[in-house]
Design a protein around this ligand. Structure first.
Ligand code: BGC
Length: 886
């Protein structure tokens, strides 16, 4: 991409220097680069696409500023190299506002490979080169495409088969519950672990598609599967391989009663408790052809789970990183403790030599006692212990398959001989969502905060967003999920992950519309606490805001409406008051009924907004009117004119009404005054909020022009604060503001206080959307240059391309480096502080001085002065502004 960009720049430069084409410059002026970042249903070259009309997106880059795509052309073909789209030739199409384009070709067929490419026209009518070819494979569209049966037996199953002819293409479709490891001819297929994702199995089960062309060969083959308990707590398998031959014929290998089964070396596996593996039970060659399985029993054909089979269209769980231990200690005879230096989710890889039958035990912990032994009091009922029994054949390297732990420390006992620091490696395991954001600034404590947010967040992506990854819980708690969703969307590409999670939420909805505290539902209640249930409307809405995903709104509109109607059925005098957790784990409690009523209003508002996008005018009117009535009831019930505060006057109590405009204009100033006093004077610029108040208080401080105060809060190092966690050695966020290490509820890896991550991006790096805009089409760059912060930088890879802002300042200069993707527009706010005689340059060219705005800088449309500074309007491109003054 860079090289083609350089090449065309060179052509332009050469033609200008040598006078070639000077008379006809438009011919050589470069158009857009070939589109990049081609995605189908948010994924790169996905296999198993099971929607009939998938959506495509790509990113355009352009040497010129202020550019937009004015048209595109897509070809979709069954042939890799086809110059013609035998499935779809879109012709030249003018795009609508969505960053995604919906397939509109011939009906796609089940289980086929398709190839696509795209080119685009820019604002001046110049066309880009064609993109590289991307591909997608369709999944099995209907249940009747599955030819085999669900089978069940012991935890290893196998089947041999002969392939008579040369293979041109082969796909495996597999659902092995709780977890599976698929092996072909002695090799593990793909890199997924703890697969498939956990769902409400009687509603929806996920199957996974692999390209196995390279794993098979003409002649004898063996397919073998190891099965683990996972969340299903039992083992069943459905598998089908569709093989196509070079002569055009096809054949299928499917799970059925002819498959054989046997117990393997995994003798116990449990997510919470760990895995026990007896390597003496390994049967060499069981996953290759030619193995004698005469002693194995036959599998049974079983009914299988009731849920609909759906393709797993999200990033799978993988081993995404390996950590070398920082150190190893030997606190007491025979006990070795490894410190990975980082709390995370996953497991340990063990390297050992020793006698056959020696049993090595690994136990996992987040904490240490002062004597150097591991402290596991906060794991509650999770045994978190793996055992490896040696086969005694030279060096043995082992890691578990069907469990995971949340830990920083590993205790090793039963080790034959003396281990070294290299005996244990940490394996970081979570859903492999792509990182899309970065943030850093001149304050080390905030960089540490960003780091513990990111580690806490990613180690809690386990096909659903979990609350924690160490104790006997690891649930999709919805309050935690909604509170962290925006932060997660800045840091990671969450689109496909949340698309799946929203279906998980829909799967738990009952006839009455109620949903549950955790999804899939194991812990907590039905109906969900309204502050937890709000994850359904809110994550739908964030998907629309951040990714422009209108289809999500269409898919879930009825579900969200039913949920809101359920809340309405619980209305008492215009409010919804039932609550279990409210502003959970706050230092100062706020009444739960108040928090529930706030979310009732919020959900009504989001429903009305969804209706508006979808053109459902009747519903817009209906739910806006109900929301207005709730607003009145809310103020009447909770506002106390004497104290000029809401409810009991806590930080959360006065934050929530300010955030959503529930506080009427005449009292806003007074309520803000009470909130300010509470933070600054009563609490010495510390928070007393739980996870709900914390999410909104930072936003309210930005809206109230109190970013200095927000910064003071964010950089505190005394209790209660994020800095207090960092000062006490946190490498992931804690569940509580308090430092606790006993048997009570105190996870040391709980992402829910990480909502402040969105504030780092929005306030300090200044990356926002113009209100009402979606998918970063209209960007607002407004960095808060607070206190003594000297620089900050943030970037977010959006569906349209990179949005970034980095700034630096000293007494008389502000530098601002901003990138806006092709097709987006931006308002950029450059503060003026108290400077006079201000001159603003862009790339050295004067843009503003005593005489006002100088037009003529490419891409800069306007500069306007306001009291706080300068509003600059630009189109796409990279801009380097410098403001100087005295
Ligand atoms: C979980 C939380 C969750 C809460 C709700 C806890 O046990 O770990 O994160 O939101 O329960 O009460």
């Amino acid at each position: 991409m860079i090289s083609s960009f350089r090449f065309r720049f060179l052509v332009l430069a050469v033609s200008v220097v040598f006078g070639l084409g000077l008379a006809n410059q438009s011919e050589v002026a470069p158009g857009p680069d070939a589109p990049v970042e081609l995605r189908c249903e948010y994924l790169r070259n996905p296999l198993g696409v099971d929607v009939p009309k998938p959506r495509f997106s790509w990113v355009l880059e352009h040497i010129s500023r202020g550019q937009a795509q004015t048209a595109f052309e897509i070809l979709v073909s069954t042939q890799v190299r086809a110059e013609k789209g035998d499935m779809w030739e879109s012709g030249r199409v003018e795009p609508r506002e969505s960053p995604q384009v919906v397939y509109a070709g011939k009906p796609l067929e089940s289980g086929r490979a398709y190839y696509w490419k795209v080119r685009c026209w820019d604002q001046d009518g110049r066309v880009s080169p064609w993109s590289q070819v991307a591909r997608f494979d369709t999944g099995l569209y209907s249940r009747s495409d599955w030819k085999g049966s669900w089978v069940s037996g012991k935890n290893q199953v196998r089947k041999e088969f002969t392939v008579e002819k040369k293979i041109s293409r082969a796909r495996a479709y597999i659902c092995g519950l709780g977890y599976y490891e698929l092996r072909l001819n002695g090799r593990k297929v793909g890199r997924n672990v703890l697969d498939p994702g956990w769902t409400t199995y009687d509603k929806r089960v996920l199957y996974v598609t692999y390209d196995v062309t390279e794993y098979l060969r003409q002649g004898a083959n063996a397919v073998a599967v190891m099965l683990g308990q996972g969340w299903y707590k039992s083992t069943v398998l459905l598998l089908q391989m569709n093989i196509e031959f070079e002569d055009g014929q096809k054949s299928e290998i499917v799970a059925d009663s002819s498959w054989k089964t046997m117990s393997g070396p995994v003798i116990e596996d449990s997510i919470y408790n760990g895995e026990t593996y007896d390597a003496r039970l390994e049967t060499s060659g069981w996953d290759r052809p030619g193995y004698d399985d005469a002693g194995w029993s036959s599998v049974s054909v079983v009914a299988g789970p009731e849920g609909e089979l759906c393709s797993q269209m999200m990033p799978p769980i993988r081993v995404v990183d390996t950590i070398v231990s920082l150190n190893m200690t030997n606190p007491t005879a025979g006990v070795y403790v490894f410190d990975l230096g980082q709390n995370s989710s996953g497991w340990a890889q063990l390297r050992v030599r020793g006698p056959r039958g020696a049993a090595v035990k690994l136990r996992f912990a987040e904490l240490l006692y002062d004597n150097g032994m591991i402290n596991r009091e906060n794991l509650r009922g999770a045994r978190a212990e793996d055992v490896y029994i040696l086969k005694g054949e030279g060096e043995e390297v082992w890691e578990p398959r069907f469990t995971y732990h949340g830990f920083r420390y590993v205790e090793l006992t039963g080790f034959p001989g003396v281990p070294t620091v290299n005996t244990i490696r940490g394996r970081v395991v979570h859903s492999a969502v792509e990182p899309t954001g970065s943030f850093s600034c001149s304050k080390p404590i905030l960089n540490s905060l960003q780091r513990i947010i990111v580690w806490g967040q990613k180690s809690n992506f386990h096909s659903v967003p979990t609350d924690c990854c160490q104790r006997d819980e690891r649930m999709g708690w919805m309050g935690d999920a909604q509170g962290t969703a925006e932060e997660a969307m800045f840091n990671f590409d969450m689109a496909a992950f949340y698309t799946n999670f929203l279906r998980d939420i829909r799967d738990v909805q009952d006839e009455a519309g109620s949903i549950t505290d955790t999804v899939p539902h194991i812990w907590g209640s039905r109906p969900a606490d309204p502050a937890w249930g709000t994850a359904y409307p809110l994550i739908c809405w964030y998907m629309y805001q951040y990714y422009g995903d209108r289809r999500i709104l269409e898919e879930h509109y009825e579900g969200v409406k039913k949920y809101v109607e359920f809340l309405r059925s619980r209305e008492e005098n215009g409010l919804v008051k039932f609550s279990y957790y409210g502003d959970w784990v706050a230092v100062e409690r706020t009444p739960g009924s108040f928090v529930s009523s706030f979310y009732y209003f919020y959900d009504l508002k989001v429903l009305a907004d969804m209706a508006k996008v979808l053109g459902k005018e009747e519903d817009v009117k209906k739910y806006s009117a109900i929301a207005d009535a709730v607003k009145t009831a809310f103020h009447k019930e909770y506002f106390d004119p004497k104290t000029q505060s809401y409810a009991n006057g806590t930080q959360t109590a006065n934050t929530l009404p300010l955030f959503l405009g529930l506080a009427p204009q005449p009292v806003r100033g007074a309520v803000w005054g009470r909130l300010f006093d509470n933070i600054v004077y009563k609490n010495n610029s510390h928070l007393t909020t739980g996870i709900i108040g914390t999410k909104y208080i930072m936003e309210v401080l930005t809206a109230m022009n109190a970013s200095d105060l927000a910064y003071d809060i964010a950089t505190q190092t005394t209790y209660p604060s994020w800095g207090y966690m960092i000062e006490n050695g946190a490498t992931t966020l804690w569940e509580l503001w308090q430092l606790r290490q006993g048997p009570s509820m105190n996870s040391h890896n709980h992402p829910m206080f990480g909502s402040v991550g969105a504030w780092l991006y929005k306030a300090l790096a200044g990356i926002n959307m113009v209100p009402g805009s979606v998918g970063f089409e209209k960007v607002r760059i407004a960095p808060q240059m607070v206190r003594d912060v000297r620089y900050a930088a943030g970037s977010v890879r959006t569906l349209r391309g990179m949005v970034s802002c980095s700034w630096a300042r000293d007494e008389q200069t502000i530098k601002l480096d901003v990138s806006i993707p092709v097709g987006s527009q931006a308002e950029i706010m450059i503060p003026r502080f108290n400077l006079r005689n201000i001159v603003i340059r862009e790339g050295g060219q004067v843009l503003w001085d005593g005489q006002g705005f100088h037009s003529g800088v490419e891409g800069v449309n306007k500069v306007e002065q306001s009291t706080a500074g300068f509003e600059v309007r630009v189109g796409s491109g990279r801009y380097v502004f410098e403001l100087t003054g005295q």
